[in-house]
Design a protein around this ligand. Structure first.
Ligand SMILES: *[C@@H]1O[C@H](CO)[C@@H](O)[C@H](O)[C@H]1NC(C)=O
Ligand SMILES: *[C@@H]1O[C@H](CO)[C@@H](O)[C@H](O)[C@H]1NC(C)=O
Ligand SMILES: *[C@@H]1O[C@H](CO)[C@@H](O)[C@H](O)[C@H]1NC(C)=O
Length: 178
């Protein structure tokens, strides 16, 4: 059997405590992994506040820096990176001029032909989560195998799997889409 695509990826979301953050950093497309040259929109979403939030990041190559200086364009509380590079992989968060900050999210930009679409924010116990293999242009409809801690948990014919009512045991998942 020929493997057209091979990717080893994981759902890094840990089940954790409920956070009551005043501001939430979201990313569009809404996933942790991204392709090179993807256009990313990072938005700081605040409940009812009027502060302006700046997106900051910490990357291996560039260290800690804010959007609009050496990367991205900041407009209001939104930062746009119109062409993602591998070196954009890192930890991202929102910060106000008063120094308040959101929780951070990990974004990875990979050079592979298939990625795993998995949630950016931590899951809560009992959530349903759908994991999908994704190519640059569409969902990947070929067969996929999902692993948890190295053991196969499911083989699916169409590159997509939903886990119902996730438990706190779910901490790390790998997938092979081919
Ligand atoms: C940035 O990331 C590096 C490497 O992971 C870490 O050592 C450093 O403490 C981080 N800096 C901040 C301000 O988070
Ligand atoms: C992103 O890459 C870092 C460093 O290679 C890794 O530790 C992390 O788990 C990756 N996260 C995702 C969601 O791929
Ligand atoms: C999860 O999926 C089940 C079965 O489809 C559904 O009954 C339930 O309402 C879903 N739970 C949430 C939190 O969406």
């Amino acid at each position: 059997m020929e493997k057209t695509f091979l990717s080893l990826l994981f759902l890094a979301s840990l089940l954790c405590c409920t956070t009551n953050q005043a501001v939430l950093l979201t990313v569009s497309p809404s996933r942790s992994q991204h392709f090179i040259e993807d256009s990313l929109t990072l938005s700081c979403e605040e409940d009812g506040g009027s502060a302006t939030w700046i997106v900051w990041r910490n990357t291996t190559a560039g260290g800690v820096s804010q959007c609009g200086i050496k990367w991205g364009r900041q407009h209001g509380s939104t930062c746009k990176n119109s062409m993602a590079l591998r070196s954009d992989s890192g930890v991202y968060w929102c910060e106000s001029s008063e120094g308040a900050a959101s929780d951070s999210i990990q974004l990875n930009v990979t050079g592979g032909s298939v990625i795993l679409q998995s949630p950016v924010h931590p899951l809560m116990e009992g959530d349903n989560v759908t994991l999908s293999c994704l190519t640059k242009t569409s969902f990947f409809n070929g067969p996929a195998t999902f692993y948890k801690d190295g053991s196969v948990i499911r083989n699916v014919p169409t590159g997509q799997m939903t886990l119902h009512h996730v438990s706190s045991h779910l901490t790390r998942m790998d997938s092979l889409c081919w």
